[in-house]
Design a protein. Structure first.
Length: 147
């Protein structure tokens, strides 16, 4: 009786693992492109309200006019889909940011022109009569709005 060698034609373990990983990545890509990438924002850009409050409080305690009035901080709030970049003075003054409780600084006076106030790269406009953000209380001019 002659026996023939029957070697298995099965897949190796590493090939199976690579196939499973590839399938998972493919599912994530398809899901991301179909539903949008906002579901992943929490992993990439976490909420940082406490960090901004701490940075603004530190600038206030040091009486750092530039850091409090002009230096831009980025506020990320995933729950509200908010990503705002502006100064501590704006965060503490503008009503749209009031719910995040960034405290005002009584020891620093921000003597700002409307054009020096910037939110998300957009400068204040003193000739406008309306806008998304009303910063008239913060600016020297009687009207100051940022769209």
């Amino acid at each position: 009786m002659v026996t023939k060698s029957k070697k298995g034609q099965g897949l190796s373990t590493s090939t199976v693992v690579l196939l499973v990983l590839g399938l998972i990545i493919l599912v994530i890509l398809v899901w991301g492109f179909i539903t949008g990438w906002s579901a992943f924002r929490g992993f990439v850009n976490p909420t940082n309200v406490d960090t901004v409050i701490q940075e603004c409080s530190q600038a206030c305690s040091l009486n750092s006019e530039y850091s409090y009035c002009l230096a831009e901080k980025t506020l990320n709030v995933n729950e509200d889909s908010l990503n705002a970049k502006t100064s501590c003075a704006v965060f503490s003054t503008e009503k749209a940011f009031a719910k995040y409780k960034i405290p005002p600084c009584p020891t620093v006076t921000c003597d700002l022109k409307c054009s020096e106030i910037v939110i998300n790269g957009r400068k204040g406009n003193s000739s406008a009569t309306t806008g998304k953000y009303d910063l008239s209380d913060l600016a020297k001019e009687s009207n100051c709005y940022v769209d």
